[in-house]
Design a protein around this ligand. Structure first.
Ligand code: PMP
Length: 389
């Protein structure tokens, strides 16, 4: 029997075998011609996956938090007014990062499971001339999905730079960075992009680069300074060697492999597949009698789900049964609700069998905890969605 359990948390996710093979290749020099070609190609592919043909890609060793940090460090100066729209844990983190750089931060927060209404955001943008607005596409603590296109439009209308934290969405949820007018779309490698943890990834619009170049004061973070990294990204894309900090060579090679697979699938097909997967998991949870944190389907993420433990069910016991059935899920993250819910990641390479195995494990776990679930209820609901074209 295979000993490995299915990892269905919201990152790190299950990776494609080809990506893992690339991780195991003997590490070449960071200036070897074949690596320069691979890095250059990875940057080109980022533009395709982000749907940002004239954006500037950055792929830097670090995590998603570094990507957040970089956008904040490079686009704000002391006293700059910034609006943070928060739908959970990572929105609050963004406010904290921005304050470190001296930004004058206003936060609009939604209660758990809700979004901040676009009217409220627009009302706020009318009150003050913000330089920057950040929002979380999918907050991984609540599974709430924001309308990225509408935020891009509002940014354009009010002349505010927009930063989308897409750590739990890029290459899963639909994003058309350039068409939607989003200035920075950032993520980390370990989620829907499909590469082990260790890369901070972002694509920056020409408008945001111009704002960066117009700074009056130096960037207050040496490693994060785009001025240090821009020549490196440009050099690799022009197939020339360059050095600022040693790239995470195997991770960059794995990135190229994964982005290649993503582009082969096609962005439209990939967005559609994630929508179908998300709908299937939501239908299954509902059929098993579970409520999720997002209060409406229209703002429920397709990359992860966040169901509450049902009344009378011990969360630790349920996750234990699910793990014994071969599926690893995540506990809660939002401090105010932490022990009351769990999280299922369903992004990237996740396939139909993974979804059904997960739903089956949740179903039998619930029964073992004494919660009445009709046999096959979740599986039937998921299959019905997965069987539609
Ligand atoms: N933003 C969101 C929406 C995330 O889900 C995460 C990670 N779970 C982060 C930021 C931070 O990324 P990392 O853990 O890679 O630093």
């Amino acid at each position: 029997m295979k000993a490995r359990k299915l990892l269905m948390i919201p990152g790190p996710i299950e990776f494609e075998p080809a990506v893992m093979q690339t991780m195991a290749v003997p590490t070449p020099s960071h200036v070897a011609p074949n690596f320069i070609e691979t890095f250059g190609r990875a940057l080109e592919l980022m533009r395709e996956v982000w749907c940002a043909p004239s954006g500037q890609p950055f792929a830097i060793a670090g995590t998603g938090t570094l990507a957040m940090d970089m956008a904040a460090a490079n686009l704000t100066e002391n006293g700059d007014p910034v609006l943070v729209v928060s739908t959970g844990y990572f929105g609050e983190r963004y406010a904290e990062i921005l304050r470190r750089y001296g930004a004058a931060v206003d936060v609009l927060s939604a209660p758990p499971g809700e979004t901040v209404s676009l009217d409220q955001v627009e009302h706020q943008l009318k009150q003050k001339a913000y330089k920057l607005m950040t929002f979380t596409h999918v907050d991984t603590s609540t599974a709430v999905l924001n309308d990225a296109r509408a935020f891009g439009e509002l940014g354009g209308k009010y002349g505010v730079l927009t930063v989308l934290d897409g750590v739990c969405s890029v290459a899963g949820e639909e994003i058309r960075q350039e068409q939607w007018g989003l200035d920075v779309v950032l993520t980390a490698s370990q989620k829907a992009v499909g590469v082990p943890p260790g890369l901070a990834l972002m694509v920056v619009s020409q408008k945001a680069l111009a704002a960066f170049r117009n700074r009056q004061t130096p960037v207050c973070n040496y490693y994060a300074d785009w001025g240090n990294w821009l020549p490196i990204m440009e050099a690799y894309e022009n197939r020339k060697p360059a050095y600022f900090g040693t790239p995470a060579v195997n991770l960059i090679m794995a990135l190229q492999t994964s982005l290649d697979l993503i582009v082969q699938e096609g962005m439209d097909a990939r967005f559609r597949r994630h929508r179908q997967t998300g709908t299937a998991v939501r239908a299954a949870l509902k059929a098993m009698g579970l409520n999720a944190i997002p209060s409406g389907d229209a703002w429920s993420a397709n990359t992860l789900s966040a169901p509450y433990f049902p009344e009378g069910v011990n969360g630790g016991e349920l996750l234990g049964h699910i793990s014994a059935a071969g599926v690893i899920l995540a506990g809660g993250l939002l401090p105010s609700l932490k022990t009351r819910y769990f999280r299922i990641g369903h992004m990237g390479a996740v396939n139909r069998s993974d979804v059904l195995a997960t739903v089956g494990a949740v179903e039998s776990g619930l029964r073992k905890c004494g919660f009445p679930v009709e046999s096959g209820a979740g599986l039937n609901a998921a299959q019905q969605v997965l069987d539609t074209e």
